[in-house]
Design a binder for this molecule. Structure first.
Ligand SMILES: Nc1ncnc2c1ncn2[C@@H]1O[C@H](COP(=O)(O)OP(=O)(O)OP(=O)(O)O)[C@@H](O)[C@H]1O
Length: 584
């Protein structure tokens, strides 16, 4: 089985900040027009930071103005604001208040606009990721799909797809934090360069110290993912096999297993919270240290008191940005495992037959012919089908017989174009199946098997199976499949609701719904893979004689029952020829 979970790359990037470039490269592959969206959001974020800085400096100025001795109203102040250092600005109190209120409102407006844009962009990214991942499941070759754990696929589509928008949001926040740090830094440099230098040193120490946590965050991300995957897998298999679980009396065993896995999940989240709290505490301690350093050394610093005050407040306000910058980098490490899963699924190649434009077919006129066809499943030691040549004539009935494992289902899958031959060729009226348009070919075909995949919905929904088929055709198909007789006995008849397991139906009833589903599209070619194996002999014969009345259909039947094989005009036997005796 192909597990999504990949071990994190053996060695983290040498410089821990380089993860930003790696994530950006991955996101550029996944999100079109990434640069434009990010740039707009980062500029808005930086402007928010800028207006905050202006607000702070003017607030300090206002406080000083209000604290002046004597009458202040209408007076001009020559020393304000501190932020502009030596520039002699004369601002009256009302102007100062106006600028302050304006910058606060501007910041609120920008912050709000940025949140709305970020939310819209993130949802768009998540929507498109989910759509693309779901589409990939539908378009990858069927054999590749069979290699995946179903629960892993559900996890990736429904949950891990969010990692892409989260990584995008983190990169934007990083850009905003970085831009704000630069702007605040320049402001501080103009006001009080010694404090700016202290701030710069603080930033580097902060970044360096939190870098020690990168590996732990990366491991935490992949173990959280592994724990969630294990829990989903257990829940999924329990639901799938509940009857067996109950029949074997394994309820307590499953409950214990679930509790263990569930506590693993809880533990990884708790560890994540602890790590978050530890890095946050470390960040606060570092901030406290640098502010204490400024206070203790203020007497010796060649800085004007007002400017020092503004710069210190700026430094204090800068701390969340520095902390944000580093915690975003750490979260980029944490989401690595999920992102790798999304990338791995999207990297699956599409089934070329599904995307290629082949020649269209409208009917089978002559025959389906296998020319020395072999098929080997991936990682299988022996071919499932070896060097097989036969012909299935249009409009005739053919039985495909042979012992279990002789390749009957594999042959039907090849006719359905799910498994292209590894060697040899299948022709449709003389044309290579590989060059024929897949959807036009599938329009001629229908298949019904031993296990019918029922879905949640009514009996009618299950026969229609999301195709445009009239109710009249559905009722006709149910008649031919001898299903009407039991459907009419259901409390709501064709409108009876069936759960995805349709537990209330017997095996034979499920098969008749599957058969009606296959017949409802009035296919020219019908493939039945043990599709009536659960019916009693009498009903089975009635089904086949009803189907025979619809002349002109090419019928290919796989059945272990000799009576069914005898009903067919032709027979292809996959039994290996008996070895000839060499005695004498
Ligand atoms: N997805 C798969 N991957 C690997 N091997 C497979 C796969 N599906 C089938 N096989 C192998 O291919 C061979 C043929 O299988 P197939 O299901 O076609 O046989 P069959 O004749 O239909 O059997 P039965 O009568 O039991 O349904 C078997 O040996 C089987 O184990």
């Amino acid at each position: 089985m192909n597990r999504f979970r990949k071990p994190p790359s053996a060695k983290p990037a040498r410089a821990y900040n380089l993860i930003v470039a790696a994530r950006f490269r991955e996101l550029s592959q996944l999100v079109p027009a990434l640069r434009l969206k990010m740039t707009v959001m980062i500029i808005l974020g930086i402007l928010t930071g800028f207006s905050e800085m202006v607000g702070i400096t003017f607030l300090v100025s206002l406080v000083f103005l209000l604290g002046q001795q004597g009458p202040v109203s209408g007076s001009a102040v020559a020393w304000l604001p501190a932020f502009f250092g030596g520039i002699d600005l004369s601002l009256s109190k009302p102007v100062l208040i106006g600028i302050l209120i304006g910058s606060i409102l501007f910041r609120i407006f920008l912050g709000c606009a940025n949140s709305l844009i970020a939310s819209a962009v993130n949802h768009r990214i998540s929507d498109s990721m989910r759509d693309r991942l779901y589409a990939k499941v539908l378009t990858m070759p069927f054999q590749r799909f069979q290699d995946y754990e179903r629960s892993d696929l559900i996890n990736v589509i429904a949950t891990e797809s969010y990692a892409v928008s989260s990584a995008h949001a983190s990169l934007v926040r990083l850009g905003v934090n970085f831009g704000t740090i630069v702007i605040f830094g320049v402001g501080m440099l103009i006001m009080a360069w010694p404090i700016a230098l202290l701030g710069l040193a603080f930033g580097f120490i902060h970044n360096f110290t939190l870098g020690f946590f990168a590996g732990a965050y990366r491991r935490l991300g992949s173990s959280a993912l592994a724990a969630v995957e294990a829990l989903t897998q257990l829940s999924w298999t329990t639901l799938q096999t509940l009857k067996a679980v109950k029949s074997f009396g394994l309820e307590n065993r499953h409950q214990q297993l679930f509790e263990t896995l569930s506590s693993d999940v809880g533990q990884t989240w708790r560890r994540s919270d602890w790590m978050g709290a530890t890095t946050s505490l470390l960040s606060e301690i570092l901030t406290f240290g640098v502010i204490l350093t400024i206070i203790l050394s203020s007497e010796f610093l060649p800085v004007d008191f007002k400017a020092a005050l503004s710069a210190t407040i700026l430094l204090y306000r800068l701390q969340p940005h520095i902390k944000g910058f580093d915690s975003q980098i750490l979260s980029l490490y944490e989401m690595e495992a999920s992102l790798q899963n999304v990338l791995a699924l999207l990297a699956e190649k599409d089934d070329i037959k599904q995307t290629a434009q082949g020649e269209k077919v409208t009917r089978l006129a002559e025959a389906i012919v296998f020319h020395e066809v072999s098929f080997v499943y991936e990682r299988a030691n022996a071919p499932a089908v070896h060097d097989l040549s036969f012909s299935i004539r249009a409009g005739e009935t053919t039985a495909l017989t042979g012992p279990s494992g002789s390749g009957k289902t594999t042959i039907l899958n090849m006719i359905l174009d799910l498994n292209p031959p590894t060697q040899g060729m299948i022709t449709i009226d003389g044309r290579d199946l590989a060059t024929i348009d897949r959807s036009s070919w599938l329009e001629l075909l229908s298949v019904s098997g031993q296990d019918v995949e029922l879905m949640e919905g009514t009996v009618l929904d299950n026969i229609r199976f999301r195709r445009d088929i009239s109710e009249q055709d559905i009722r006709w198909a149910a008649d031919v499949a001898c299903a009407t007789e039991f459907i009419n006995d259901l409390p709501y008849g064709f409108d009876e609701w069936l759960g995805d397991e349709a537990i209330r139906l017997s095996g034979g009833q499920r098969q008749r719904i599957g058969l009606a589903r296959a017949l409802a599209g009035r296919p020219q070619i019908l493939l039945l893979d043990e599709a009536t194996s659960a019916l009693d002999e009498e009903t089975e014969m009635r089904v086949f004689s009803a189907m025979k009345e619809d002349a002109g259909r090419t019928l290919i039947v796989v059945s272990h029952r000799p009576a069914v094989a005898r009903l067919m005009k032709n027979r292809i036997d996959l039994r290996p020829p008996a070895p000839t005796s060499k005695l004498g």
